[in-house]
Ligand binder design. Sequence first.
Ligand SMILES: Nc1ncnc2c1ncn2[C@@H]1O[C@H](COP(=O)(O)OP(=O)(O)OP(=O)(O)O)[C@@H](O)[C@H]1O
Length: 247
Amino acid sequence: MNPAFRLVDVTVSYDRHPAVHHVSVDIPAEEMTAIVGPNGAGKSTLLKALLGLAPRIEGRIECHAQRIAYLPQQAEIDRSFPISVFDTVLLGGWTRFGGFDAVTKTDLNDAWRAIEAVGLAGFEQRPIDTLSVGQFQRVLFARLLLQDADLVLLDEPFAAVDAKTVADLMVVIRRWRAEKRTVVAVLHDFDQVRREFPNSLLLARELVASGPTERVLSAENLLRARAMAEAWDEHAGACDMPMRLSA
Ligand SMILES: Nc1ncnc2c1ncn2[C@@H]1O[C@H](COP(=O)(O)OP(=O)(O)OP(=O)(O)O)[C@@H](O)[C@H]1O
């Protein structure tokens, strides 16, 4: 089977300073993969590069998915727009119906079902700026359900989210896996990654290890990642390896 993503010598830079260096890795399809690493390791940058959203990408990224859904970090989402929970979720299906005037009964039913699936029945008409962080994360997951993607990219989906919400949203993620969708998530909780994510990618600006989680999150690899992180301040922005041109 083709991997969901194949990265060949990928370097991602901001203002010519590489945040991710020379990463070559396959991310398996129909599997749950965690991207882990110290703060500033380039995890979010790598996720954005997979979506083509990073400013400068060198090397080659092959993607074999048809429909991709992306959940950015909550801090990147503007919640001040006056819109209800129901309409926010419904908009997840916009690529199907194009605009509110073309919404079918099936789309409406899908939105009701998604809201119920994330435990938010009764919140449909609430403006999104009145929700707690955990409730809003449930809304965003319901919207992902409407997107019906075969590849779901999640950036720190459980940051500042309470344990009950994490447990409920993990049910949704496990269901995606059972439906043979690919899930790639940036995560910080190693216990959760060991429990729930069979595959991992440990990043410290460079790739430290990838593959089965137990092997990737070995004490030796984690120490190596930490040592690499501690060296960043002294060598910030340095990249002495030869660059390949973009494919
Ligand atoms: N928009 C940006 N412009 C300039 N530099 C950036 C930008 N976004 C990230 N960086 C830098 O790229 C490096 C990697 O950041 P990134 O957010 O990808 O790391 P991370 O592993 O996701 O970190 P964290 O776990 O703290 O969220 C950091 O040095 C960061 O300051």
